[in-house]
Design a binder for this molecule. Sequence first.
Ligand code: NAD
Ligand code: ZN
Length: 423
Amino acid sequence: MQAISVQSAQGHYDIHVGDALLPSVGAVIAQKIPKARVAVLVVDQAVEQTWAREVFASLAAAGLRVVTLVVHASEANKSIAQVEKVWSCMLAERVQRGDVLCAMGGGIVGDMAAFAASTYMRGIATVMIPTTLLAMVDAAIGGKSAVNLPMPSAALDAGVNSGGAKNSPQSLPTNLPTNLPTNLPTNLPTNLPTNLPTNLPTNLANNLASNLAKNMAGTICAPAWVASDVRTLTTLSAREFRSGLAECVKHALLADESMLSWLETHREGLRAMDPARLVELVHRSASVKAAIVSRDEHEQGERAHLNLGHTFAHAIESLLHGQVHHGEAVSVGLVAMAAASQAAGWWPDADTFALSKRLTDLGLPIKVPAAVDRAQLKNAMKLDKKGQSGAIRLVLLKGLGRPGVLDAASDHVINAGLDAIGA
Ligand SMILES: NC(=O)c1ccc[n+]([C@@H]2O[C@H](COP(=O)([O-])OP(=O)(O)OC[C@H]3O[C@@H](n4cnc5c(N)ncnc54)[C@H](O)[C@@H]3O)[C@@H](O)[C@H]2O)c1
Ligand SMILES: [Zn+2]
């Protein structure tokens, strides 16, 4: 088991990363939150019948009364309506200030459940139990909770949006099929296309998400503990796993060359879901985010560096709405970022080719489909919440491990990024 300590305004908390943590969750909670009598287990439907059973048994064995709430993970469910369900349930079960909520699942369930916990009775202890790679290395760290808000029609008309997958109504696809394949193979295939997919089916939840202002209501409230058991990753689809890997590459670029080459060296072990490699991957990657949020919990400066590649990525997500996973867009966005960093004169020896190869070796895309329109992409970048008054703000690198913010990127810089990804 590996441990990472995170500093926050409310004191420090630990992230534990291991391959058999779930059976000890109850005992650790009894020790860390000794006043707790009730444990509210808000759990992602995808892991309810599998990993959640271990957590349930362990909480009960520690003498806690367990109240379980199952949530289907969709952006539409990352809502105040779901939060209200959690609040009502806690009220009905007489959950007290000293009790604990365990948020178990991917980033969607984690963000929503943490919001409910951080606001119920002005905040009860939260334990994050992330079960996707993205949640382990990103969403469960740093204390940000959030729900999406429905877009008022006026804002939709003006094309206003914020964070994550943003859309102007004109960009919405109209005739997407509704049958999304869910059970993709766990092992990573070896020969993957480098372009983002253009015509993947989507589902109703994704369509609904198009009318949502993402992460518009939320709190920053440190969890009491984060328990990342990498065994849970073995039931994750290969595509979701790869999406998480893109955030790991982002963290490696924010850290140093050694982490990038580690990813390359251990590619096969990761592909085979070797538990020791997975523990090391999550530990290394989570450490990068933990260090940044420890220094800048409330995003006064440095925390913004975690948006590396994300202005490009959010624009791609908004144009390929529902057809592309966040991590896939981040992968392409990182390539654009490297080329833009070079064009800005920040990182003269940026090797976009080498970065692209590393990403493709991990099964990640590096180019947008030919149908993606450059003007629309630029427009979407201007709408990104990181942009100020129409100017496009980019997080770029001055070298590996040396990020900075370019407040108003020139056309030359943006075009260099878009050239690199075939836009
Ligand atoms: N709070 C933060 O700082 C922060 C940071 C990054 C992202 N986020 C948020 O995280 C969300 C994305 O999180 P995500 O990528 O984890 O997506 P997700 O929560 O949608 O999970 C992806 C899919 O995997 C399923 N799943 C989860 N664990 C599984 C497992 N072990 N086995 C099989 N299936 C499993 C889920 O049900 C879902 O279908 C977004 O809403 C984003 O805004 C928050
Ligand atoms: Zn991201």
